[in-house]
Design a protein around this ligand. Structure first.
Ligand code: THG
Length: 366
C-alpha cells in the first residue's frame, strides 16, 4: 500500500506526540484528523485491549458545541431520540438524521447545561449541517468546534488506572454519565463510555495544552497494569456490534435499518427534522437491516462493499469484516434484505479474493 501524505489539512491532535513515541504503525483519517488504527498488530492490540488497559487518542471525535437559549431546541432537531428527559451529567447515543430520515452521523451527545451541549461526532461534517439549521431557523445559539479532545481509557483494568489519576470516586461513575474530576488542579470532564465493549472512560480534555501531561501521567501510573497506547480495534468493535458511520451506514440508511430503533422515539421527538419521513417509513418497518454475519475462511481487508449473494441474486452487502481470534472465524457487519435476514441463513459473500461462505447470526458476539 502507498502511504497517505500528511499536511495541515490532515490535523494532528494534542496527543500525537505520545502516539508517535508509542510507535503507531498506521492511521486512518477521521473528521479530517489523524486516528491511529494499529500499534503492534490489530490482533496483538485486540488481545491486549481485552486483557489489560489502553489509552486511546480519539481527539478525532470532535465536539460540535451548541450554546445559547435555543441549544436544546436545536439539539432535538438533529435526532429522533426524545431528549426531554436528558439531564446535565448524562450522555446519550443519538442517531442523527437529515430531512429524509437518512443517517448523517451517530454521535454521543453530552448535556453540559440546559443551554449547552457537546455533540461528539462520528466521521461526517455535522458542524456544517448544524450551523445551517441554526442560521436558517434564526436560532439564538452559537455553534462551533471548541478545543476539546477526547482521550479514552479502555479495557478491563480501566477503573484501576482511572482511579490512580482521578481518585476512587471515578469508580462510582455509571455508564454514559459524566462528572468532573481533578487532574493537577484542572477540573476534567470524565464519562464512562467509549468505543469498545471492554469498559472504560472518556476524558474530554478542554485545551490542547493539557493533552500530553494527562497522556504521560496515565502511561506512568499504569506501568504495572501493562498500560499501552491503543486505538479503536476493528476486530473487537465488530464482535461488539459497534457501528462505524461511513462504513456500516450512510445517508442511504434510516436508524431502523441500522438497528438503532431502540435509540429512537420518533413519535415524541417533536422538532426532529427527519421526523415526518421516519414516521412514514416506520409504518411498514425496514426492508433491510444490519446483521452480524459469520464468514468462513481467510479474509482480505474489507475496503469495498462485499456483495452478499443467494444463488444468483444479491440480497445485501458486508461493510466491515475481520478474522476473530477468540471466535476462530470471520466476524462481520452487513446490511441484509428481509428475505434473507433470518439467523442461520446461508449466503455467499464476494470478497476481492473470491467467494466465502457467510451465515447470518442471531446477535453480535459480545
Ligand atoms: N465516544 C465519543 N464520541 C464518539 C464515539 C465514542 N464519536 C464517534 C463515534 N464514537 C460515535 N459512534 C458511537 C457508536 C456506539 C457507541 C458510541 C458512539 C456506543 N454504543 C453502545 C453500544 O452499542 O453498546 C450503547 C450506547 C448506549 O446504550 O447508550 O457506546 O465512542 N465520545
Amino acid at each position: 500500500m502507498p502511504a497517505i501524505s500528511v499536511s495541515n489539512r490532515l490535523r494532528r491532535t494534542p496527543f500525537s506526540e505520545g502516539v508517535e513515541a508509542a510507535g503507531v504503525k498506521a492511521y486512518t483519517v477521521y473528521n479530517h484528523m489523524l486516528l491511529p488504527t494499529v500499534f503492534r498488530s490489530v490482533e496483538e492490540d485486540y488481545r491486549h485491549l481485552k486483557e489489560a488497559v489502553q489509552v486511546w487518542d480519539v481527539a478525532c471525535e470532535r465536539q460540535v458545541e451548541l450554546r445559547g437559549p435555543d441549544a436544546g431546541r436545536l439539539m432535538q432537531m438533529l435526532t429522533p431520540r426524545d431528549l426531554r428527559g436528558m439531564l446535565p451529567g448524562q450522555c446519550y447515543y443519538v442517531p442523527t438524521v437529515d430531512e429524509t430520515g437518512g443517517m448523517i452521523n451517530d454521535p454521543v451527545a453530552v448535556k453540559l447545561a440546559d443551554d449547552r451541549y457537546w455533540v461528539s461526532i462520528a466521521d461526517s461534517d455535522l458542524l456544517l449541517w448544524v450551523k445551517g439549521l441554526a442560521h436558517a431557523w434564526h436560532l439564538d445559539v452559537i455553534v462551533d468546534e471548541p478545543d476539546v479532545s477526547p482521550l479514552a481509557i479502555q479495557g478491563p483494568k480501566s477503573d484501576d488506572l482511572a482511579a490512580r489519576i482521578f481518585g476512587d470516586k471515578v469508580r462510582d461513575l455509571r455508564f454514559f454519565r459524566y462528572d468532573r474530576f481533578d487532574f493537577n488542579g484542572v477540573q476534567m470532564l470524565v464519562a464512562r463510555s467509549g468505543y469498545s465493549k471492554q469498559g472504560g472512560f472518556e476524558i474530554y480534555v478542554e485545551g490542547g495544552k493539557h493533552g500530553m501531561p494527562l497522556w504521560n501521567a496515565l502511561m506512568e501510573a499504569g506501568k504495572d497494569l501493562d498500560v499501552r497506547a491503543g486505538c479503536p480495534n476493528l476486530i473487537e468493535r465488530i464482535e461488539g456490534g459497534l457501528l462505524s458511520y461511513g462504513n456500516d451506514m450512510t445517508r442511504e440508511n434510516t436508524p431502523h435499518e441500522c438497528g438503532l430503533g431502540k435509540f429512537c422515539s420518533t413519535q415524541t421527538a417533536i422538532g426532529c427534522v427527519g421526523r415526518d419521513a421516519l414516521l412514514r417509513v416506520a409504518k411498514d418497518g425496514p426492508a433491510r437491516q444490519i446483521r452480524a454475519i459469520e464468514i468462513e475462511g481467510d479474509l482480505p481487508p474489507c475496503d469495498r462493499h462485499w456483495p452478499l449473494v443467494a444463488g444468483e441474486k444479491q440480497v445485501g452487502r458486508v461493510t466491515s469484516a475481520a478474522k476473530s481470534p477468540d471466535f476462530g472465524t470471520g466476524v462481520a457487519i452487513g446490511m441484509v434484505r428481509m428475505t434473507h435476514w433470518e439467523a442461520g441463513t446461508e449466503l455467499a459473500v464476494h470478497t476481492q479474493d473470491g467467494p466465502r461462505r457467510a451465515i447470518v447470526q442471531e446477535a453480535f458476539w459480545l
